[in-house]
Write a protein that binds this ligand. Structure first.
Ligand code: ZN
Length: 318
């Protein structure tokens, strides 16, 4: 992390693939993940430990985690909906696990079939499990605050509720919390407020990451707001593949290629080679015929003289 300014976490193999009907073959997933790691992407959320009956697209997550672990320097993240998922993620060797709590309890019940209290019980059990592991085998445990900016079922989500959930997740033993705009409702002012409010309660270093969607075109504007508040980890999905199957109308994470272009142009180091990253799209397009891939930078191409001389911060004043 020391040689990069912003950690771009690729979530396409999880968030992207879970939201589309096509099932990507395991070998194509491996090729995708390897190509992104080769392009310098430092962290990839490679899957979710949900029952294959619910998400057949991610049925091979354990195998994918094990494979991704063999790629040098890559931090391998996975989503876990509950204790059972966490157990399997630990067995497979994930470096980081995220258990999402839907701040909207209605969404939580519709999505995870669990009340907040029931989710907290799962978190407690996960922490107990992690505490039995030796330090070098213990994954980082993030409490994800999903539907933090609004819910397709409840509408407005009170900010006090988001803060309350963040505090509770930390009290139960999460290492950090992350803010998720599951539904694509977030705006930059709201991000600034929520980040400040949560950090005031849990500490700046316990909220480092945001997970944003580009549903209403505000993904990068929201990212800037988060960066200005000191956020250092940003989730994104190659080609904007992604969404939430339980939040109708919410489609598309922010596009990794556009995010990397923006950060690069601003002189913020990501460690990612954008030329190489753009070529990774071919793997995904070939493996998912007919699926929509988004992104302005891939469509427009890189600006004239981009990256010449190996200089970073291409867009900053000469
Ligand atoms: Zn998402």
């Amino acid at each position: 992390m020391s040689d990069i300014d912003i950690l771009v976490s690729e979530v396409g193999p999880r968030d992207g693939l879970q939201s589309i009907k096509s099932i990507m073959p395991t070998e194509a997933k491996k090729a995708w993940i390897k190509a992104e790691a080769d392009a310098g992407v430092p962290e990839i959320e490679v899957g979710s430990f949900v029952p294959p009956k619910l998400l057949p697209q991610l049925a091979d997550t354990a195998e994918i985690v094990q494979y991704a672990r063999t790629l040098p320097g890559l931090a391998v993240a996975a989503l876990v909906p509950n204790f059972k998922g966490a157990e399997n993620a630990v067995k497979a060797g994930a470096h980081k696990i995220t258990l999402p709590l839907s701040v909207s309890e209605t969404h939580s019940q519709a999505n995870l079939k669990k009340t907040h209290e029931q989710v907290y019980d799962e978190v407690r059990k996960v922490v107990e499990l992690l505490n039995t592991l030796p330090e070098d085998e213990r994954p980082d445990f993030e409490g994800g605050l999903s539907t933090a900016f609004g819910c397709t079922l409840e509408g407005k989500v009170p900010e006090s509720k988001v803060v309350e959930c963040a505090v509770k997740m930390m009290e139960l033993g999460c290492d950090e919390v992350g803010l998720s705009d599951t539904t694509g409702y977030a705006n930059p002012a709201q991000l600034r407020r929520l980040i400040k409010l949560i950090r005031a309660e849990v500490g700046d270093d316990k909220l480092q990451g945001v997970h944003l969607h580009n549903t209403r075109g505000l993904g990068l504007a929201n990212t800037i707001a988060a960066l200005e508040e000191g956020i250092t980890t940003v989730d994104a999905s190659l080609g904007g593949l992604g969404g939430c199957p339980f939040a109708p109308g919410a489609s598309g994470n922010i596009v990794t290629e556009d995010l990397v272009f923006m950060l690069d142009a601003m002189g913020l180091k990501t460690g990612i080679d954008l030329d190489k990253l753009l070529k990774v799209r071919d793997i995904v397009i070939a493996a998912l015929p007919g699926e929509e891939m988004y992104g302005f930078t891939p469509d427009a191409g890189l600006p004239k003289g981009y990256g010449s001389g190996g200089e970073k911060g291409w867009g900053i004043a000469a």
